[in-house]
Design a binder for this molecule. Sequence first.
Ligand SMILES: Cc1cc2nc3c(=O)[nH]c(=O)nc-3n(C[C@H](O)[C@H](O)[C@H](O)COP(=O)(O)O)c2cc1C
Length: 168
Amino acid sequence: MSDIVIYFSRAGENYFGGELKNIEKGNTEVIAEFIQEFTGADLFKVEPEVEYPEDYMECIEIAKKEEQMNSRPKIKESLEGLEGYDTVYIGFPNWWGTLPMPMFTQLEQLDFTGKVVKPFVTHEGSGFGKSIKDLSKLCVGADIKKGLSIPGSEVYNVKDTVGLWIEE
Ligand SMILES: Cc1cc2nc3c(=O)[nH]c(=O)nc-3n(C[C@H](O)[C@H](O)[C@H](O)COP(=O)(O)O)c2cc1C
């Protein structure tokens, strides 16, 4: 049996400790790749059919509306199933207190019965927000383990922490 990392991450303009910066690789993706290095897990990136704007302010407005409307944005490709995987790492940025809505689109399509789920989030101060509560509804039948919460500006400094969390 093997592991998989299902994640969302957006490159482009983002806030780091009050400053806008352009990043080529999203923060959550950095952590997803550490997990792959440690475990050999497959990576599955959830990507919206209509990409979010690179402009931070435009992006947060769209994301806010999607969250308020509880929408399910279409995604480019769906992961069909979890057969062959026992541990499922689920990674995402905190967007308005929970997972970006395209993650809802993907996770609702999967059967989590009997799977171990290890959630991780990157954020700018709110940690997991209400995402763990939302994940417990999205991953029915899964054993959801303790999550790992990382400030977005710290992702390149926490490789060891990620390794220890995997072993927990
Ligand atoms: C649309 C949007 C909404 C966000 N909402 C929050 C929030 O509610 N709380 C928080 O701590 N950070 C929030 N952030 C900051 C991100 O969670 C943080 O920068 C994260 O590390 C981005 O990950 P990524 O580069 O993998 O997309 C938000 C960022 C965006 C773009």
